[in-house]
Design a protein around this ligand. Sequence first.
Ligand code: FES
Length: 119
Amino acid sequence: PATSSAAQPTGLAVCPLNDIDEGGIGSTYLEDGTRIAIYRVRGEEVFATDDKCTHGASSLCDEGTLEGHVIECGLHLGSFDVRTGKPVSTPCTKAVRTYAAQVRNGTIWIATEPSGESS
Ligand code: FES
């Protein structure tokens, strides 16, 4: 069957969807060593951002708390919207980079390039 207007999968396979609970956070590394935080909001709704908070040296996946679409940094309680990377509350003022994320056949995939720099 010709299924293939679907583009060839590109990017990075992270892990099976069910390795991350709904409302949970996972992580992976890009080839260059950049650590990426992976958020499973619910169902197959997944998002990815740089793991490092833009305010300080905190890891969002290790220290953060995901509440709906908002990741709160554990160090100073600033937060970001995981859909856009935009800061939601201070002291975070600089957006965190986001990466396109999706579930394909039960596996989470992310783009290896950020989704466009936002300021
Ligand atoms: Fe994340 Fe300060 S390091 S809010």
